[in-house]
Design a protein around this ligand. Sequence first.
Ligand code: ISJ
Length: 359
Amino acid sequence: MENILPLAIDSVELNRPIIISGPCSAETEEQVLTTARGLARAGIKVFRAGIWKPRTKPGGFEGIGVPGLAWLNKVKEETGMKVSTEVANRGHVEAALEYGVDLLWIGARTSANPFAMQEIADVLKDAGKDIPVLVKNPVNPDLDLWIGALERLYNAGIRRLGVIHRGFSTYGPQIYRNHPQWRIPLELRRRFPSIPIICDPSHIGGKRELIASLSQQALDMGFDGLIIESHCDPDCAWSDRNQQITPEVLGVILDNLVFRDAPVPTENLVHLRRQIDQLDNELIEVLGKRMNVSREIGAFKKEHNMPVVQAGRYDDIMTTRVLAAKSMGMSEDFMRSILSTIHEESVRIQVELNNKKQS
Ligand SMILES: C=C(O[C@@H]1C=C(C(=O)O)C=C[C@H]1O)C(=O)O
């Protein structure tokens, strides 16, 4: 994906940070227009509203459907905002294009489905419509699947592509509705620096209280914008009421966010980055030495017919190193995750050695 173009609508590039806001679902014409007026007052330029809602279970509100597209048109006429909605199949795309929706996004359940993605790419190609499209991360933390979804659209000629980071599904109770796993969007940024990343703190947090801090975190990580759910009367929303905020609250949150976009002369960083380069080299050297010792231990185990994994020793290592790391101001989780990765590789090397035929 060499030729990604900036996100622009009607040849006007969206200013960073790109802020998209609107209700989770379009419910009534009045709710859509009242919310839109509040958002326009708060300076929002791109309105969002779900028209077709992929719900976890049947029986919930599954979206207002095509009549909602006419309300989006009214939002455009009255406020001048651009409008966006989620599409999940051929019919949705055709209807959205017919009603002049300015920007489309693909939901997390759809981007996880290559058949649906190909169908959407095909209909956009057939329509010859060059429209900006944002692709939410798939529900499962699979970067290649996310990239695959983007590639299908790119191959269909869509060049104004972006992504939405909405967090990843996990099982069991936790703080976030969808765990952010920031390293996944950051890896996408590393591989495709020109694809804009928009954070969706509403779906990551699942609660109003988390929106401000998640938004700031995303901006601090260099994300290009935010998509935040907003409703004129959040407590009465027909879907996702816990994570919606009024346009007025959104205005306050946005006023308090710090967008760090000043071009900093990189010379200031050169010295520090040299230190990081040097330290990384030392880390690699030390890790190489550690793996060599593990190889020797593996050879000994093979000779004496000992099992590779030694749970007691591993537990000792984990406990002592985590304590040592903590005393140096590092997080316990961080050290645990590093050690488990190192241990996994060390065990892999010893198992490989065991499986080698004696020559
Ligand atoms: C290196 C060994 O083999 C395995 C790998 C370990 C490691 O790399 O730290 C620790 C315990 C074992 O599960 C060992 O037994 O000491």
